[in-house]
Design a protein around this ligand. Structure first.
Ligand SMILES: Nc1ncnc2c1ncn2[C@@H]1O[C@H](COP(=O)(O)OP(=O)(O)OP(=O)(O)O)[C@@H](O)[C@H]1O
Length: 228
């Protein structure tokens, strides 16, 4: 589903944020992306949805070389890739419905089809019936669920999350992670950037570890390693 081939990223005027990144995520795989602050986690996620472009190497999503996409094809890529942010980036002057429907309006769905999809997305995160509420009235965990509903409303094949449990207590964090697992169980490929090492260790999935822009694939380092 995702392939990075010798990818490097240097921001203009900055140091190298990523270098020599090689990895693959199989379709339907569930993996975590961890690493210290500034290790390059957000940059790596941004490359998968063309919010940034690599300085070197190639990124493939669903068999497509993102470096070869024409501008007109970018909206189709964005429909394939759902993204969840830590601060969920909800609009507080709009209803839950409008927040979740936003990607559909951009994609030009009819109101009837959009309504069906928004309800299905809210149902998948346990918030059916909340359409008319304003996100500001919801708890932090519920707001994050609205953010996830918005990320999955286009039925993406790839779901990316950048610190999706950053502001939540351990119990709510576990619930949100279980939601991501449920999407994996229906075939979605999931990659979650997270600092929540305790939760990641409990869940026991593949872990991609970034350290100053370099990637280590696999198990948790021993005490005294990156997180020691
Ligand atoms: N737009 C930008 N312009 C210049 N440098 C940037 C930009 N975005 C990120 N960087 C730099 O690239 C490196 C990687 O940043 P990135 O945000 O990807 O790390 P991160 O692992 O997501 O960090 P955090 O956990 O703190 O969010 C850092 O040194 C950062 O300062």
């Amino acid at each position: 589903m995702v392939q990075f081939d010798r990818v490097g990223k240097r921001y203009p005027g900055g140091k190298e944020a990523l270098s020599g990144i090689n990895f693959e995520l199989a379709r339907g795989e569930f993996a975590f992306l961890t690493g210290h602050s500034g290790a390059g986690k957000s940059t790596l996620l941004k490359l998968m949805m063309l919010m940034e472009r690599p300085s070197r190497g190639q990124v493939f999503v669903d068999g497509q070389n993102l470096g070869r996409l024409r501008p007109g094809q970018i909206p189709y890529l964005r429909r394939k890739v759902g993204v969840v942010f830590q601060n969920h980036q909800l609009l507080f002057d709009r209803s839950v419905y409008d927040n979740v429907a936003l990607p559909l309006q951009i994609a030009g769905y009819t109101p009837a089809e959009a309504g069906r999809r928004v309800r299905a997305a809210l149902d998948s995160v346990g918030l059916l019936g909340m359409e008319k509420r304003n996100p500001i009235e919801l708890s932090g965990g519920e707001q994050q669920r609205v953010g996830i509903a918005r990320a999955v409303v286009n039925k993406p094949a790839l779901l990316l999350a950048d610190e999706p449990t950053g502001n939540l207590d351990p119990e709510l964090s576990a619930e949100i992670m279980n939601l991501f697992l449920r999407f994996q169980q229906v075939g979605v490929t999931v990659l979650i950037a997270s600092h929540d090492i305790a939760l990641i260790e409990r869940m026991g999935h593949r872990r991609l570890i970034l350290d100053h822009g370099h990637l280590h694939d696999g198990q948790v380092p021993a005490a005294g390693g990156i997180y020691g």
